[in-house]
Each structure stands twice: as C-alpha cells, then as structure tokens.
Design a protein around this ligand. Structure first.
Ligand SMILES: [Zn+2]
Ligand SMILES: [Zn+2]
Length: 473
C-alpha cells in the first residue's frame, strides 16, 4: 500500500466512532530487502510482553526469523521478504492458561489468567498446545493502524511453553517463544502462504484438492497432480493411512512432521507463491523520455532481485536479435538508435530447478520493452513492462470456457490445451490479430476435458507463451 493510501486509511480509522482510539505502535524494521509492494511482508506482533520486555521480544523475533530463513526454499528467496516487528506492550507478562483442555496434565503450567493486549491463551479446542488469541478485533485494529500492508502476521506469545495455531484468522499465525514453536511457524506458513495441506491426516473436514493433497491418485489420462516429481527426491503417491482414498506426495515432509524439510512438491508450491507475490525485477530504466541530442551511448537496465544462488535468466534483444544474456544492464551505441525505429527487450525468468510447474515459465515471465523512435524534438524512448492481460473463466469450468485477452500490439496467436503431464490435447490457431481485446467461448467437450482433470491453457503470442490453469468440474 502506498504512503498516501496508508494515510487515507488512517484518517478513515480515526473518523470512525468505534475505532477512534486506534493506536499507533512503534514498528521495528528487522529486515528490509525492498519496497513493501514488491516483497512478502512478514510482520510480528507480540503478546504478553510488558514495555520492559521489549528487548526480549526483539530477541525472540530474531530467533524465530533466523530459523525461518534457514529453511529451503525460504533460504534461497530471503531477498523476496521483508520482516517487521510491531511493539505492543501488554499490562502483564506471559499468557493465560485456563486449564480447560483434556491434556493439560501433560504441562507443568499452572492455571492462570494474564492481562495481555491480545488475550492469548492455551487450551483452544480443548487441546493444551493450541494457543490462540481472543483479541481478534484488537489485532485487526493494530495491523490496520500500524502495518496495513502485511502479507502474513505472526502473533508471538511470551511463553517458553510449546504451542501454536494457524488458519482461524486469514493470514495470521500464532506461536510461542519456544524453538519447537518456530517449527510450527514454518509449517503454518506452508498453509497460510502456499495453500498447502497437512500431510498427516487432519480429518475429513480438511480434505480437498491441494497442491500436495488429492483424491484422484490418477487424473483422467493417468497422471497425478505432482506427476513431474514422481520418483524424484522420494516423491510418490502415498495414501493417508486413516483415509486411503486421499493421497499425499511424500512420507517425510514438513507438512506431515516437524523438523522434516519441505518435500519437492511443497517446495515448488512455496516458490510459486513467492513469485505470485513478488516480481524478480524491482524497477527498470530509463523510463519514457526524449533525448534531444543523443550523442552518449544509451544504457538500459533492470534492478534485478536474484535468489541465492542466482537462478534468474535474462535475455536482452535489440530489434529481435540477441544482444546480451544474464546481465542487468546493456549499453547501446547512440549511432545505433539515431535513425529509424528500434526495440530493446529484456526478458526475465527464474530458471530454478526447484519448480517443475508447467505454468512457472509462462506465468512468471517478465518482459520489459523500450520502443525507440525519432521525432523533430529528438530520439524518443517509450518504456513499459509488456502486459498481456489474459483471463479464463469460470474456474472450475463446466461446459463452456471463456478465454479473454488483450494484445498491446499485433501478434500471432495460438491456443493450446495441455494435460497435467504436459501433453497437448487441442490446438486452436487464430493467426495474426490486431492490437485489441478478444474473447472466445470454447466448449469443454470439444477440448476433450474430463471431469476432475487439471489442465493448462497456453496462449502463445508471437512465440511467447502465457498460461492459465484450468480444472474441469
Ligand atoms: Zn492446558
Ligand atoms: Zn510436502
């Protein structure tokens, strides 16, 4: 969110009678890798830390985040995250323990009611280690006032006792200041941020299709959701022992047991979610401009956001011919641009081998384009991120699929439907189309889509593929 809209939101909060006491708490920046609108912003909020406990709070946040970013693939993509800590003092240290769970006898914690800001307590759902907060409204107000642009909020409760919870409040995870709880944080982030299922059996009410959970061991056509990983790094098709109609991809994944690493399927889902939230390019230069008397060589550059190790691949072209590869900047001689019209293009993809996603190289492909021309005032450069807006709906699709897209310039268009194994089922050639908006309705029977199947629609525009995932009802 921009500074201006934050101010507008603050003003609105202050004008609302019920929220007139919305209070601003100090926010410490623990890790700032880039702008809020192009990073995953993890925001900690403490509960049960008195004002004098704040140094301890910051230590506890630091310990949790160090553990978080030691885990693959968060380790490789740490640059894609920012980390903040809101300092909210509580009246009392610690947390409440109502002693109402069936398994409270397993804990040395005595019954207690603590006066803390967000009213955290153990024993939710009659399970001792289930720690959560009653002050959901207060948490919403604090986040809205102090840090509205959070991606994931972590409520950190000041107790050394193991506990945690997640999923009840969207994008909020609750943990304690206990090293085992930090494992819970990493696991919960898999749920909250990457839409992953538990790979232990959590109960039939949680059973549905997820990147790492499926009822259809074999999709129509004989493939599974995580087909591309089968037989690699221990990935298979494993039934849940308690419910053998449902399957998960690994027998030792962090979504199944703490202290295990994320399996390859879950790692891929996390990376795809990170790319869904963050572009690997922070900015490009120059912007659109006119060079009155271009005698200098002209530089074109991208501010790249490399993972560690750097798996970004950059392809530069001048008028369609290769110019350079895997560099953030190119220099074009002024003489080359002084007459006629020219196009400089930079294409960026993350070539990580940790994602096999069919849609990755098309969905997470970024193209920057500078059109150079001559006017009486000099050489003009028109710069933009090439945007091709593509929509398919509804999803899941029943009988008719609508495909809509906008071409920013004329292009050759071809549509292909591929199954989960990447096999082409159907190709529609549209030929050369003028710039503008297009919309087609396709019958799923004509496309050979089978019920329950997962497919990808690839729209190829001038040899550049864009894709959307489809699920057939
Ligand atoms: Zn208890
Ligand atoms: Zn997994």
């Amino acid at each position: 969110m921009s500074k201006l809209s934050t101010l507008v939101l603050l003003a609105a909060l202050l004008l609302l009678p019920g929220l007139s006491r919305a209070q601003l708490f100090p926010v410490d920046t623990l890790m700032k890798n880039g702008p809020l609108n192009n990073r995953v912003n993890i925001v900690f909020v403490g509960d049960g830390y008195e004002a004098s406990d704040m140094p301890q709070y910051l230590n506890d946040v630091q310990a949790a985040s160090t553990r978080l970013f030691s885990e693959s693939p968060l380790r490789q993509y740490q640059q894609y995250f920012n980390l903040f800590a809101i300092k909210v003092p509580s009246a009392e240290s610690g947390t409440s323990h109502p002693h109402t769970a069936l398994d409270c006898y397993t804990s040395p914690l005595a019954p207690r009611v603590a006066n803390t800001y967000f009213r955290s307590a153990f024993d939710y759902d009659s399970i001792h280690r289930q720690i959560n907060i009653a002050g959901v409204t207060e948490l919403g107000s604090v986040l809205a006032a102090s840090f509205p642009s959070y991606t994931v909020a972590v409520v950190l409760v000041n107790t050394g006792e193991y506990g945690g919870s997640g999923g009840e409040i969207p994008n909020v995870v609750t943990i304690t200041a206990n090293s085992y709880s930090t494992e819970v944080l990493v696991h919960e982030l898999g749920h909250t941020f990457a839409n992953l299922a538990d790979e232990y059996w959590a109960g039939i009410i949680y059973a549905r299709e997820y990147p790492n959970m499926t009822e259809l061991a074999r999709q129509p056509g004989g493939v599974v959701r995580w087909q591309s990983w089968l037989g690699t790094n221990g990935v298979g098709i494993y039934p849940y022992a308690e419910a053998p109609a449902w399957y998960h991809p690994h027998q030792n994944c962090k979504m199944g047991q703490l202290y295990a690493p994320f399996c390859s399927v879950c790692t891929e889902a996390l990376i795809e979610s990170i790319h869904g939230a963050v572009r690997p390019v922070d900015s490009f230069s120059p912007g659109s401009t006119t060079l009155p008397n271009p005698t200098q060589n002209q530089q074109f550059s991208l501010r790249l956001l490399p993972p560690t190790p750097n798996t970004l691949r950059v392809k530069w072209q001048l008028d369609g011919a290769p110019l350079a590869g895997n560099v953030a900047q190119v220099t074009v001689p002024s003489a080359r641009l002084a007459t006629g019209t020219h196009t400089i293009e930079a294409e960026v993809i993350d070539s990580t081998v940790l994602s096999h996603s069919i849609t990755h190289r098309t969905l997470h492909r970024y193209v920057y384009r500078w059109d150079v021309g001559q006017t009486p005032n000099g050489t003009t450069i028109s710069a933009r991120e090439a945007e091709y807006v593509i929509k398919t709906y509804p999803n899941p699709v029943a009988d008719v699929l609508t495909v809509a897209y906008t071409l920013p310039q004329p292009g050759d268009v071809r549509m292909t439907v591929v199954d989960a194994a990447g096999r082409r089922l159907h190709t529609l050639t549209r030929g050369r189309q003028a710039a503008g908006s297009y919309r087609y309705e396709l019958r799923t029977a004509d496309l050979n889509l089978r019920p329950g199947g997962v497919y990808t629609l690839v729209l190829d525009i001038d040899g550049r593929p864009f894709s959307q995932q489809l699920v057939k009802q």
